[in-house]
Ligand binder design. Sequence first.
Ligand code: SAM
Ligand code: SF4
Ligand code: F3S
Length: 442
Amino acid sequence: MSKKIFIKTFGCQMNEYDSNRILDTVKKIGFIKTNKIKDANCYLLNTCHIRDKAKEKVYHEIGRVKKSFQFKKKPIVIVTGCVAQAENEEMLKREPYIDLVIGPQAYHKLNNKIEVYLDKQKKIDETEFDSVAKFNYLKKIKNSSIKVSSFLTIQEGCDKFCNFCVVPYTRGPEYSRPFKEIINEAKNLADNGVKEVILLGQNVNAYKDENYRLSNLILEIEKIPKILRIRYTTSHPKDMTDDLIEVYGMSKKLMPLVHLPVQSGSDKVLKLMNRKHVIKDYLKIYERLKKINSSIEFSSDFLIAYPGEDKNAFEATLNLIKKIKFINSFSFIFSPRPGTVASNLKLIERKVSLERLKLVQKELFNNQLEMNRFLKNKVINVLVENKMDKSIKFFGRSEYMTPVIFDSNYEDVGKIIKVKITNSNQNTLFGERVKKSNLRVA
Ligand code: SAM
Ligand code: SF4
Ligand code: F3S
């Protein structure tokens, strides 16, 4: 009987990368991927713990799986990711339908745990932090991503301990993968047809392997001819070092969108959050980068209604958004996470929190709309990713990560082409492929 695995992923890009690597791993013991849950004899849920009712969402999801298999043989049910790390054996006790609970730093043990389970029906939770062993194991398994744009994890974990955040507890301490190993993986991705690499880490710009920093990685990956675009996420303002800023003046493949989470525009709130940066430094980074290349744009994460955010502090966030004109940003209402310093603080009234979120999003969406409208009738560079499902149109992304939809053909997939923008909405640009490249690019 063929062994089929169904993988469902919640959370950040690191989880998406992990899910792909998990698939590469279980292929070694004979599993193939299925997109039909009912065909699966292994169901894997890769979870996120960052906000809201993360834990309840997981049990709810498992409940749905149970229902799907009501009249069929039960699949092996595996929970991985950040909820697995936070809850560990509690999950096995609370939901007997779950068979294995594997934390993010223990994926190298997954095949063995599945085999032990198949052999002895032994339920296991494995949540040791062992990043070195994990990446040592994974480097021997080919990253078989064949997407035009692919993630590449270079760093994991976090030592910053912002008071609101679970990541230091679920992903463990900061760990940077060896420089050479990353370059090999990038070359391998390029050989598979990947054209854009997105370097990933919970604190990607804290990357450090001996004297190598993120800037060195970018310049080395730049030398791989088949790689056309380089991005990185997510960075912390404190680690925007001079060498990384200067790389924007040197690299031709590094995209001009800087995703730099600020969380709040108020120094008072940043201090309460234990963010370890102030607004003056953030603005300095912004100004320096704009000086190097005025077409650089910023995107960010905003944490709204953190306990202690008074009216003035909130106004400061709005003012910062007006000043920097962030595009493509994320905003969330603070959600208390168990085990963090901020877990028991007095919350700002729900109604006020929602109003503030609405105001922030209105400002952010306006920036986005304005930026997209400005591009009307302009020609932009688009990396073509794929043909869209259920449409004859193709999908790609601008240099600023904005989705672009246009007429094209399969030959363009993996190429950077010129698209004249004819229309847009808040999130997407629509356009026509430009045949000759003698038009000016915006
Ligand atoms: N390392 C990145 C940084 O320092 O900004 C952030 C990584 S975190 C996975 C992604 C985003 O989730 C954060 O930037 C923050 O805005 C949001 N987040 C984290 N904890 C949260 C919480 N307790 N409630 C709501 N949003 C949260
Ligand atoms: Fe979480 Fe702060 Fe670490 Fe980012 S820097 S992952 S927000 S603790
Ligand atoms: Fe979620 Fe863990 Fe990523 S909590 S955001 S999956 S690091």
